[in-house]
Design a protein around this ligand. Structure first.
Ligand code: TXA
Ligand code: MG
Length: 311
């Protein structure tokens, strides 16, 4: 059920929850300062209570509701990348409810680059929004993904579906050298290039990841088994779902999706493929390995999500 910004604001002010589009993936929004509403998002998702939520804001004045003071590097980084797919982690203000942060003393904040989401937050104030999927399922990037996980009665804010398709970069700004806790389309290189601030890139073995509760849980995973292949097989099996990018052979087959090197489009479609493969009853997805191309920021984020889906 699609709702307008003013209908959505009404739902939020009454303590309800709804799905909202952002530029990355859909979020399941609640008033960040309404404990009961925030709890409803945990319940609807089946999300463990110790996995904290990102608080979404629409203007920098709202930062004061979430942290006592923002370090200078935060100002530099947010000036360069907000609104956009970057989440920053800072020490939280005492008044931010513990349910939001899973009991942590830090809070994750981002300003999404999406017109209707920003319009809504201007009216309601800060909104928590985990990705709008059942816990452990791939994130939602199309309205039908929300309906499939939460039923037809879940309201969905009007506006374009997410254009990026991969969740935001999560950047911890609480130590001298910022650390990426979750890779996304904004990479350490990009942040250094734009701001001159040295950032520790994400590695699964990074120290400090114990500060990122989300990394403890499985994510982005379809029911089908995902296998990464290093070349396209000469014989295509009818009962396997293929996602490839390097073939120039354009003979169309219903179970082969060929991206011809368009990784932005692949990011946009990845979770839809995972869900579609499940829906169509495929038990096996074969995904051609992506090149390790540092110049294309979306690729490192895609590689991360694909390797999590396959492990
Ligand atoms: O693009 C996105 O970030 C989307 C859209 C809706 O904004 N949201 C999203 O939320 O992906 P979620 O809840 O699925 O993932 C949030 C991640 C989790 O890995 C969580 O552990 C981490 O952010 N996180 C949240 N608060 C944190 C905190 N205080 N410290 C460290 N990590 C935190
Ligand atoms: Mg999620």
């Amino acid at each position: 059920m699609i709702v307008t910004v003013s209908q959505a604001a009404d739902i939020i002010l009454k303590g309800g929850i709804l799905a909202i589009p952002t530029e990355t993936v859909y979020g399941l929004a609640a008033d960040a300062f309404n404990v009961l509403a925030v709890k409803k998002t945990f319940e609807a998702k089946g999300r463990p209570a110790d996995n904290p939520l990102i608080v979404h804001i629409s203007n920098l004045k709202q930062m004061h509701l979430l942290c006592d003071d923002t370090p200078e590097i935060a100002d530099l980084i947010t000036t360069s990348f907000w609104p956009g797919p970057l989440t920053i982690v800072l020490n939280k203000k005492q008044t931010v409810p513990d349910v939001v942060t899973g009991g942590l003393h830090s809070v994750a904040i981002r300003m999404p680059d999406h017109p209707t989401a920003l319009e809504l937050i201007e009216q309601t104030g800060p909104l928590t929004a985990p990705s709008a999927n059942k816990s452990g399922r791939p994130s939602a990037t199309r309205p039908e993904h929300i309906t499939s996980d939460f039923g037809k009665s879940m309201p969905i804010l009007e506006g374009n579906s997410p254009g990026l398709g991969i969740e935001s970069t999560v950047l911890d700004l609480r130590s001298d050298t910022p650390l990426i806790l979750r890779p996304g389309s904004i990479t350490a290189e990009l942040i250094e290039e734009k701001t001159g601030i040295h950032v520790l890139p994400y590695t699964s073995k990074s120290e400090g990841l114990e500060n990122s509760p989300g990394t403890r849980y499985t994510h982005y995973r379809p029911a089908a088994n995902v296998q990464i292949i290093d070349h396209i097989p000469t014989h295509i099996e009818g009962n396997i779902y293929y996602i490839i990018h390097s073939s120039t052979d354009s003979a169309p087959l219903p179970n082969v999706y060929n991206y011809l090197g368009d990784f932005d489009k692949l990011a946009q479609d990845l979770y839809d493929h995972f869900r579609q493969a499940d829906h169509l009853g495929y038990s096996q997805i074969m995904l051609e390995e992506l090149p390790d191309d540092k110049k294309k920021p979306i690729i490192s984020a895609l590689r991360d999500r694909i390797s999590r889906a396959s492990s």
